[in-house]
Design a protein around this ligand. Structure first.
Ligand code: NAI
Ligand code: MG
Length: 358
């Protein structure tokens, strides 16, 4: 008998989002039916920029209360060519992350077996990082304003917010993740030379929290220097913690260094588990390839694996990742990874590989 059952909200949203989430649901359903020890129930949500254009809102009245009942959210991407990006991002993604207090954004990166990094000296195993991004405040807190609109003397402010509460909880979370990884190593990234208030608070809190994790080796880097280190000395890095903005940028660089933005996942976690966490590929809605059937579903498969691990199905999560890497290694790859396979071909290959290993 199936003892464990999880209710998943599947929200593809815009562009290639629905294509890759559909691929993710196929693979997860196959995995659950082969495994047999847990069950996944998917509920589709059609919240998207189309909904916004029709109704004026991304999330219908009462929508968040409904969404809150699920165990997890599998999200695609939001953003449409004819909606300003700040409206779509704040209307859907941040409108879920912020009230659900998904304050820890986790972004692992590695070079898959059989894929190559644009870095000449980095191979599989040489780049294996987890970036922890503060996901609730900082530069994306939404504070600021605009005066004298349209005038030559127009002024705008974008105020960064750093609270001790939020810095401390993300720092503790990052040290815990670092402690669970084999190298037990954390780099705290700031810009505390130029940003002398909030970033100095980060440094101070990092030092305080580090005392509770004496087995974790940690160091500090300024964000600009960190970009050089990521390119020149990837092996020296393991776990990274940084602000909302800094980690946003560093994680795109990380994904590119690992070979493609089409493979990297993101988890938006509420570590208190009072709200469902949200899992999404790192990439956006990719209008240039929408509807062509060529989107790489691997980022969503890795995302799905991270979701299973968060739900407690670690063994199944690992089997899924192994299957995905095997398929990539065998050469069933989309164009962004130098192959010629389509989204469905890669999805079918992963399902077939799962059948083979079970
Ligand atoms: P993007 O990630 O959508 O695309 C960047 C480039 O990578 C494009 O050339 C695209 O074809 C390629 N790419 C992305 N995902 C791919 C995949 N799975 N397989 C193969 N190739 C892939 O970023 P862009 O173009 O800056 O943004 C497009 C829209 O997506 C914008 O509206 C933006 O605001 C939104 N966006 C949404 C995000 C989210 O919902 N979390 C994250 C990033 C962007
Ligand atoms: Mg980004």
């Amino acid at each position: 008998a199936v003892s464990r059952s999880y209710s998943i909200a599947a929200m593809g949203a815009d562009g290639i989002g629905p294509e890759v989430v559909d691929a993710g649901v196929q693979v997860l359903s196959k995995l659950a039916s082969l495994d047999g020890s847990f069950q996944l129930e998917f509920e589709d949500y059609d919240w998207s920029s189309d909904t916004y254009k029709k109704t004026g809102q991304y999330i219908p009245d009462g929508g968040l209360e409904k969404l809150k009942k699920h165990d997890a959210i599998l999200f695609g991407a939001v953003g449409a060519p004819d909606v300003p990006d700040h409206l779509s991002l704040w209307g859907l993604r941040l409108a879920i992350c912020q009230p659900f207090q998904q304050y820890a954004n986790v972004r692992p990166t590695k070079i898959f077996r059989g894929t190559s990094s644009p870095l000449r000296n980095a191979e599989h195993g040489d780049l294996d990082w987890v970036i922890i991004r503060e996901n609730s405040e900082g530069e994306y807190a939404g504070q600021g304003g605009r005066s004298h609109r349209g005038q030559p003397w127009e002024t705008a402010t974008e105020v960064s917010i750093f609270s001790r509460h939020a810095v401390q909880r993300i720092m503790e979370f990052a040290f815990e993740i670092a402690q669970k990884r084999p190298r037990k190593q954390l780099t705290v990234v700031t810009k505390s030379n130029a940003q002398r208030n909030g970033m100095v608070l980060w440094d101070e809190v990092a030092l305080e929290v580090s005392k509770k994790f004496s087995d974790v080796k940690w160091d500090k880097m300024l964000v600009d220097a960190m970009t050089c280190r990521m390119v020149l000395d990837p092996k020296s890095i393991d776990t990274i913690v940084a602000t909302n903005l800094h980690a946003d940028i560093l994680s795109d660089l990380a994904a590119a260094l690992a070979g493609s933005i089409g493979i990297a996942p993101t988890s938006n976690l509420d570590p208190t588990r009072q709200n469902p966490s949200m899992f999404e590929p790192i990439h956006g809605s990719a209008f240039d390839i929408t509807g062509k059937g060529v989107a790489n579903p691997v980022a969503t498969f890795w995302t799905a694996s991270e979701m299973l691990a968060w739900l407690g199905e670690e063994e199944a999560a690992k089997k899924l990742m192994d299957a995905v890497e095997t398929v990539t290694e065998k050469g069933v790859r989309t164009r962004d990874l130098g192959g010629s396979a389509g989204t469905q071909e890669v999805t079918d290959a992963v399902c077939a590989e799962l059948e083979r290993v079970f």
